[in-house]
Write a protein that binds this ligand. Sequence first.
Ligand SMILES: [Zn+2]
Length: 480
Amino acid sequence: MYIRKNIADFLEKMPKEMKMPKNWKTFVKKYDIEYNLLIKHGKECECTNCGKYFYSEQVEGKGCWDICPFCNNQYDVRRSNLKNYFFLYDLAIIDNVDNKLILRYFEVYRKYDYKTRRFKDDIVEYARIVPELDIEIVNDRFIKYLSFERVYHTKKIKRWRIFTGMYGLGQYYKAIYLDNIYEKTKGTIYQYAPIKEAIEYLDNKKVDLLKLLEKAKYPSFELLMKAGLYKLALNCPEKFNQKGSFEKRFGLPKEYYKFMKKHDVSEKELCVLKLIKRKNINIINKLLKISNENIEDLEKVSRIINLIKLKDYSKKQQGFSVQNYLDYIRNLEKLNVPLTNKILLPENFTEAHDISIEKVEIVNNKLINKKIKQRYKQLSKNIYSDNTFFIRPAKNLKDMEDESKQQINCVYKNYSEDYAYGNTDIYFLRNINKPEKSLVTVEVNKNKIRQKYQKKNTKITKEQDIFLKIWEKNIIQKVA
Ligand SMILES: [Zn+2]
């Protein structure tokens, strides 16, 4: 309720129409320049920007452009009988109402006048944003239906209303008017934040002002901007709010400041700098590149090997990445291989990496094989036979593999590990007279047959089914 009243009060104080700043016309003119055409009569082109004539071989049409040799701008070439043509674009102004900063949106409707062969602007205000109150306000000119937005230049402002669209208003403006920004931010919570410098740093090109203001709220924003660490100021000032010495704030001694400023370091570049403590931007970027900009992985790997050594090493290794390298190290650790220099930097990384995978697989398989043998012993009590069939647990890894080959199923690949670790039980049903030949692969889970298949996962015979039912009832479930 409080906020509602807050907003209502603000809307009451806000004037329907507000003054335009002093240099507004000059400002618009600057952005108008790119919205022009070359009007072609015969082979002669007239530039709607500078009014000069020149010869052009270019054909007329959308996407067919030429460069005016007088103003040096590139424009589309159109036929001289062109009647209706217009451009639309947005500009913004920062203003102040009741000591709150507001962002005013304007649409420039730039229409071609075929009599004078020049463009004329019609500019209207259609929206205002008040970041502090987190509201967007629109007037009678603004229409939105689903994703369709339009500004009617013919309508007068009768009233402003809160915009409640699902995704909010798009920030389409090309640029923000900055000439009077100090005057306008005076008295607002952004009074001391160097917003103008930040917008100019971003070239005043489609700047996301709301995001910028969000960052400008942190006390460190001002400090970082003034220190010339623009990237840190604009992207993550919240990470440098720690008061006290330079080292406390940045995690590096003050002697690194000159370097940080010179390269306007990003957050990630700063992280790498902290890791290697070397003032060399090329090394930093190379390390970011080989780690896919993953700082956590770089930290991990730095505990194992000097990063600069690794960077030099990576130069000679094809397909090297920090992630692949960490896989390699993890394999070595599994194999209990001591991490000597030679092991850490093998001559051919890809080869060493692949061998380590194979070795781990062998070690894994040895362990699995050992466990399956134990499981066979445990489950031997469930061995059962009648005059035709017998059933027994899988004996070892080789036994599993053999069954898979004969039956053309996935029992070896997909069930060996689960069987080894006791998550499921695997049995083979076979004919008494042909004990080596696979017949039915059976999976038992929680004392119940879960799967039973002949070769290529086909259904089992009636006799086999009767045998299995007796086995399940009298052996499996009785023992349990
Ligand atoms: Zn021109």
